[in-house]
Design a protein around this ligand. Structure first.
Ligand code: UT7
Length: 312
């Protein structure tokens, strides 16, 4: 089958991170752990916590950050896709709350996606396909989580890993090959409950780790092959920020140097669907945007995994 890539223009990116910080020392008071173990096994030093904030409120702030970066005309936004596993409530969707909080009163299609930590990459692929139809003028794709509300702070295997944040991107349809966007997304239903949330997060860390390394390697190669690009043509890889050692293992197995992977997990920990858009927004904060190619790669519960190549 011929792969007919969607064409999208990346307009902007934004982020929001709550102020309250949980340090490794704070966690030492809750469970039997220590800073040395957490840093050497994960690379995480701090994570942020939403105290009185809802996921939709953080997501709206991330969206506003993206809007303000380019002084965007919000009347153009007619599609909102929200990736989250910690939505405000079952229904209405968190995307609907974001629409209301942004004050959008024109016709907007808005809905949530649950693909765990790969949710944002899933959301991007869906948005790109919908934009390509010509029916929508602009999409807001957001990843946002309040994971600290579902973390079991008596379980040292998981409580050191997760934090809260939101990240957003604005996309428009494009019509030139220059704006080709490539995606790979997949799922493999896991009946062994390796990573689940019924009320709180439960995880077999070792199994997720093994899955993650293979999945990321496969997703990187697949999207590069489909795009007919060499890794040297990619300016930055933005990986899901779960564990620095997972990324080091991927770097080793693929031969891609660590400098090519953007990392911020020391500050935020694993923010699930927010992790990739939060990191993209920091890339926008730190670099002049001038047509760079970025490769996004994620994995998560489900299992799900995916990748994308976007031209900025
Ligand atoms: O977005 C996807 C979400 N999930 C992930 O990405 C998780 C992927 N997995 C991981 O990142 C790693 O497997 C962990 C960081 C969760 C664990 O690291 P590990 O090197 O696989 O450690 P382990 O599970 O093999 O545990 C080694 C030891 C165990 O003690 P024993 O049984 O050897 O005595 C654990 O009980 O470390 C112990 N341990 C801890 N010790 C201090 C587990 N958690 C902690 C802790 N502090 N927080």
């Amino acid at each position: 089958m011929n792969y007919n890539p969607s064409k999208i223009k990346v307009i902007s990116a934004g982020k929001y991170v709550p102020e309250t910080i949980i340090t490794n020392e704070d966690l030492e008071k809750l469970v039997e752990t220590n800073d040395e173990w957490i840093v050497s096994r994960t690379g995480i030093k701090r994570r942020h916590r939403a105290v009185d904030e809802l996921t939709s409120e953080m997501a709206t702030k991330a969206a506003k950050n993206a809007i303000e970066r380019v002084n965007y005309d919000v009347s153009k936004i007619d599609l909102i896709i929200m990736a989250t596993i910690t939505g405000d409530q079952m229904t209405p969707s968190t995307a609907n709350f974001i629409q209301a909080q942004l004050g959008l009163t024109h016709h907007v299609m808005s809905f949530d996606i649950n693909a765990a930590c790969t949710g944002f990459v899933y959301g991007l692929e869906v948005a790109a396909s919908l934009l390509q139809t010509g029916r929508f003028r602009a999409a807001l794709v957001i990843g946002g989580e309040t994971l600290t509300k579902i973390v079991d702070y008596t379980d040292r295997n998981t409580c050191v890993l997760f934090g809260d944040a939101a990240g957003a991107m604005i996309l428009e349809p494009a019509f030139h090959e220059h704006h080709n966007a490539y995606f790979f997304n997949a799922a493999r239903g896991d009946t062994n409950s390796t990573l689940t949330v019924v009320n709180k997060i439960k995880m077999d860390g070792k199994k997720v780790y093994q899955f993650a390394v293979d999945a990321m390697e496969q997703a990187i190669h697949k999207v590069l092959d489909d795009a007919k690009l060499d890794i040297s043509e990619i300016d930055m890889i933005i990986p899901h920020q779960a564990n620095e050692r997972i990324i080091q293992s991927v770097s080793k197995s693929t031969g891609i140097p660590m400098e090519k992977f953007m990392l911020n997990l020391a500050e935020y920990g694993n923010t699930s669907a927010a992790s990739i858009p939060l990191t993209i927004a920091e890339y926008f904060d730190q670099n002049e945007i001038k047509g760079q190619k970025i490769l996004l790669v994620g994995f998560g519960g489900g299992f799900t995994w995916g990748s994308a190549i976007l031209q900025l």
